[in-house]
Design a binder for this molecule. Sequence first.
Ligand SMILES: *Cc1c(COP(=O)(O)O)cnc(C)c1O
Length: 493
Amino acid sequence: MQEQILQDLWKVAQGKWESGVLPSAESLARARASLPTTLPATGTSLEAVQRHILDDIVPAFNGGSISPNYYGFITGGTTPAALFADNVVSAYDQNVQVHIPNHSIVTDVEFRALGLLADLFRLDRSVWHNGTFTTGATGSNILGLACGREYVLRKAAEKKGVQVNSVGEFGLFEVLHALGLSGIQVLSTLPHSSLVKAAGVLGIGRANVRNVCRADNPLHFDLEQLEKELARTDKVSIVAVSSGEVNTGRFATTKEHLLQIRQLCDKYGAWLHADGAFGIFARILDDDPEFATVRQGSEGIDLVDSITGDGHKLLNVPYDCGFFFCRHPDLAVNVFQNANAAYLTAGPSDGPVIPSPLNIGMENSRRFRALPVYASLLSYGKDGYKDMLQRQIRLARGIYDWIYDHPEYTPLPVTSSKSDLLDQTFMSVLFRATDDNLNRELSKKINDTSRMFVSGTSWDGAPATRIAISNWRVDVERDLKLVTGVLAEVARQ
Ligand SMILES: *Cc1c(COP(=O)(O)O)cnc(C)c1O
């Protein structure tokens, strides 16, 4: 039975997604009605539990990662190699917590997988082979701001000639008080909501995440305003770059901008963080005119102090998986050390110095989530991932091209020419219906077809719709036909 079920699941993952991208109302109702309301005293057979899950619960799932036409959020999918590895992870249930080289290979594999990711993103290993795997970009943003919090206060202490105290050790309040500071601020342009959440978690405060954008473009830094904020004497600052803004998929900076921002951060002792959850993948692209503008947006990311990346989006490994790179190897341990547990520190090793994950990230016990990453990277290589991303970008551009010419739709952000719009397009398509009544209902009408799924969002104070293309199964010709077919049909209604 179990063998059979695993084989069936494998087929589900390999095969075509036949049903709609959303479950039917009946499936949802049936699944809800099947959920027990109390814990029974005695268990049922494994077979009965399996049947319940497969027959009642699974039909009420959405096509999120399995359908190539689920364009909501940014969900990615699961490559066959990642799916295999993820099942191995569950079967062997290794805990990647402490590096004890004689007990298990898992910390070595995790460390190598991080190095392979650095290679994929053209990050110099001598600087960037430092960081860890997380549960996602939110987790990585927390790590980035936490390291930044240590760093900017250390810099402020140096400047004042005061003894340096760690926030991890003494707490934010005591350290700020000793330095005569009123707080930390995070300066950004159109940051992802999770960055604001990270500021809340870390005692920086959601209200202290501030936009410092230009009046003519909400994604571009106003460097004058940025310098004014960095020069404040009552607060210290972390600068967070949206290396991939979640609605438009566009980049906040080019290399030239980032160089200027880097210089300002150095001048004022600020930390520079890049949220590249999906945007860092633009670094996979070749120096090819077709993708030049997108690639330029990801250039210079290697000038920052810390980088957030997501595994369960464009890397197409299953939930949950993110990664974090940091150029300062000594910082994370100040925040995340597992104090008073000397028996849990790293054992000796002949190879590279591999830190124990529990001292540089949030969890103690951790899933071996690096194995699907490792497997998928080996299975596709640089070229495989480049090919996947190129198909995603070409589909996004094909959709924009069609929308631009369609009188019922308006592509966003409003652009001066079609070629400019297409040049800047990564893997997201943001648009609205020209007619206000249709626009209010647009995402719902598209999703009601159950042939594709989109996210409703807001842009410039009005509803907008976003198609985010992130699945490894993308097929430009097939999917363009489906998407434009649905959009044409919805416009006619
Ligand atoms: C998705 C996303 C996040 C949050 O990522 P999770 O993996 O959902 O935690 C953060 N930043 C950006 C730019 C994103 O696109």
